[in-house]
Design a protein around this ligand. Structure first.
Ligand code: RB5
Length: 158
C-alpha cells in the first residue's frame, strides 16, 4: 500500500534565485500527496535568503512541517542559516547520493538545493529521493543522539 503522505506538511521556501524551481517543487510535492506550506518568496525580485531559510526552519523546528525544502543559488546559504535553528538538520544536496544518505544516516529534515548549480530535472530527482527515503535508525540513532547532545550544549532554544 502506498504511504499516506497527506498528513505530512512540507514547508518550502526560496529566494529570487530559487523562485521558479520552488514553484515546480510545489507542484511535484502536491502530486506526490504532500501538503505544501509555501513560505515565499513570491517572485524573482531580489530578496534575502536568510528570511526564507528561517521561516522554513522555524516551521520544521516547531513541528508545523515534517520536513522542508529550500532553494537559493547554491543551496549553501539556505543550509547555513537553517542549521542555526534548534532541531533542524539541513543538508545542501546537489546530487542524489547525498540526498539519499543524509536521510538514511543523518535523518536530515530540510533539503536545500542550488538552482544555479543543477538543472531542474536533476533538482526534482534529488527532491523525490529526499522525500521518499527514510531514516535507517539502528547504529545511526546513537550518532544522531550525539548530534542532538552537541546542539543542546552549544545552541540556545528558540
Ligand atoms: C543570490 O544572488 C545568492 O547569493 C543566493 O541565492 C544564494 O546562493 C546564497 O547562498
Amino acid at each position: 500500500m502506498a504511504p499516506d503522505r497527506s498528513q505530512e506538511t512540507v514547508a518550502v521556501g526560496s529566494d529570487h534565485a530559487g523562485y521558479l524551481l520552488k514553484e515546480r517543487f510545489k507542484k511535484e510535492l502536491e502530486s506526490m500527496g504532500y501538503r505544501v506550506s509555501d513560505m515565499g518568496t513570491d517572485s524573482e525580485e531580489s530578496c534575502d535568503y536568510p528570511d526564507f531559510a528561517l521561516a522554513v526552519a522555524h516551521a520544521v523546528s516547531r513541528g508545523e512541517a515534517g520536513r522542508g525544502v529550500l532553494i537559493c543559488g547554491t543551496g549553501a546559504g539556505m543550509a547555513m542559516v537553517a542549521n542555526k535553528v534548534p532541531g533542524v538538520r539541513a543538508v545542501a544536496a546537489n546530487e542524489p547520493y547525498t540526498a539519499e544518505y543524509c536521510r538514511r544516516h543523518n535523518d536530515a529534515n530540510i533539503l536545500t538545493v542550488g538552482s544555479r548549480v543543477i538543472g531542474e530535472d536533476d533538482a526534482l530527482e534529488i527532491m523525490r529521493i529526499f522525500m521518499s527515503t527514510d531514516f535507517e535508525a539502528g547504529r545511526h540513532a546513537a550518532r544522531l543522539d550525539k548530534m542532538k547532545d552537541a546542539e543542546r550544549a552549544h545552541m540556545k532554544e528558540c
